[in-house]
Design a protein around this ligand. Structure first.
Ligand code: ADP
Ligand code: MG
Length: 403
């Protein structure tokens, strides 16, 4: 579903939002935006299946903003998402979209932050509430947020959220909104739980699918190499040097590995920091902020800590451990190659992981090439071609493909 010709200006948007989008540097709507925005502005329920990095936040953010009545003091839109990081990030993107609409108030409420501060924000009568399910229910119970006037409810990363055991919470939240609330769901996959919730709470929903094919496929060159134990550290540093990378994310399966790797890399003199579930929320936010601002180069993280995180121009993702779930592979590598940018992903594996890799390839339809070091220590493909040349050629090909 290419839409090179469609512009934001064709979508019936207010001058304030058009200016904001321009200021954010977007030249044209992504396919999911082109499809979702008009439907949502017509008040339709939508269930959208789209991979990460396709611009879902603005796809629901823009119509929410356009349809608000700033005079109403109860929340009119509620966005529910699985993690605190995602919450912060969505609220941030919405704030960018409303820079020319100072009359619109946005609140984000999530676990791990002092309730008091959120109470103050909620007292200011936000029009849009972005929340994780548990904390939102908490506020509903205290009577500090009222969903009885909600016009639009969005479930972002619905599959992930429902898989994480939030299904009862999500039901309670949707149950507290008016029966005719516009319910919009975004999901990478349409799981059983997603279908159940859609069936229960949506009315005549329009289905949208944005495939991870062609134009929307993340532009990521993917490689796998046999490397395990501490050898991975030297191999990783070698690859980082070879491609002159300065913005890297490294994924480990366990918190302890994250901690240890962070320490080791620091001792190697790397500019590094880490994110995992045991780090207090305030510190996690600070780490994310520093990483976004480019104040350090290598971010080591677990899957949960990094879910949905959107940082522009991550150049490469390393799977220090091969992900345990196929979907994690896509989520991880989706940190790079976002929007119009390109990226590289490396997966380290033991000989036993070959089967896992085969499974990942099959499930994700990814082309993952084998990489090894030759006698001189240069990273090369099976064909003997060097990594650097391969990545360069590949980028050129993508350019010729008419981006
Ligand atoms: P998703 O939720 O689908 O993973 P996001 O909403 O986080 O994707 O968007 C991914 C990135 O693309 C963000 O950096 C966002 O600012 C950017 N983006 C969104 N819409 C556009 C657009 N129309 N043109 C260019 N970049 C965009
Ligand atoms: Mg998203």
């Amino acid at each position: 579903m290419a839409n090179e010709t469609l512009r934001f200006a064709d979508l019936d948007l207010s001058p304030e939002v058009l200016r904001a989008v321009e200021r954010m540097g977007f030249s044209a709507p992504t396919p999911i935006q082109a499809q979702t925005i008009p439907l949502m502005m017509d008040g339709r329920d939508v269930i959208a299946k789209a991979p990460t990095g396709t611009g879902k936040t603005c796809a629901f953010g823009i119509p929410i903003i356009e349809c608000l009545d700033p005079e109403i003091t109860d929340p009119q839109a509620v966005v529910v998402c699985p993690t605190r990081e995602l919450c912060v990030q969505i609220a941030e993107e919405l704030r960018q979209l409303t820079v020319y609409r100072p009359d619109i108030r946005i609140a984000s409420v999530y676990g791990g932050q002092p309730i008091g501060r959120q109470l103050a924000v909620l007292k200011k009568n936000p029009h849009i509430v972005v929340a994780t399910p548990g904390r939102l229910l908490d506020h509903m119970g205290r009577g500090t947020v009222y969903l009885g006037n909600v016009y639009t409810a969005v479930l972002d990363e619905a599959d992930e959220m429902l898989k994480m055991g939030f299904i009862r919470d999500v039901r309670k939240i949707l149950g507290a909104t008016p029966a005719d609330t516009q319910v919009v769901m975004f999901s990478a996959t349409i799981s059983r739980e997603v279908m159940d919730v859609a069936w229960e709470y949506q009315h005549n929903a329009e289905e949208i699918t944005v495939a991870a094919e062609g134009d929307n496929r993340p532009k990521i060159a993917q490689f796998a190499l046999l490397s395990s134990g501490d050898r991975r550290i030297q191999d990783m540093l070698c690859l980082i040097r070879e491609l002159s990378l300065h913005r890297v994310m490294v994924f480990c399966n366990m918190k302890n590995t994250v901690r240890r790797l962070n320490d080791r890399l620091r001792r190697e003199g790397c500019s590094v920091d880490c994110l995992h579930g045991d780090i207090p929320q305030s510190q996690r936010n600070a780490v994310m902020k520093k990483y976004r601002e480019g104040k350090f180069e290598i971010l080591v993280a677990t899957d949960v800590a990094a879910r949905g995180i959107d940082v522009d121009d991550v150049e490469a993702v390393f799977n220090y451990d091969i992900p345990e779930e196929n979907e994690y592979y896509l989520h991880r590598i989706g940190r790079t190659g976002r929007a119009k940018r390109r990226g590289v992903a490396f997966t380290f594996m033991t000989p036993d992981d070959r089967f896992r890799l085969r499974d990942i390839k099959k499930y994700t339809h990814s082309k993952i090439e084998d990489l090894a070091f030759d006698e001189t220590g240069r990273p090369v493909l099976k064909t003997g071609e060097g990594l650097l040349e391969t990545v360069k050629n590949w980028e050129n090909q993508r350019n010729f493909a008419g981006e």
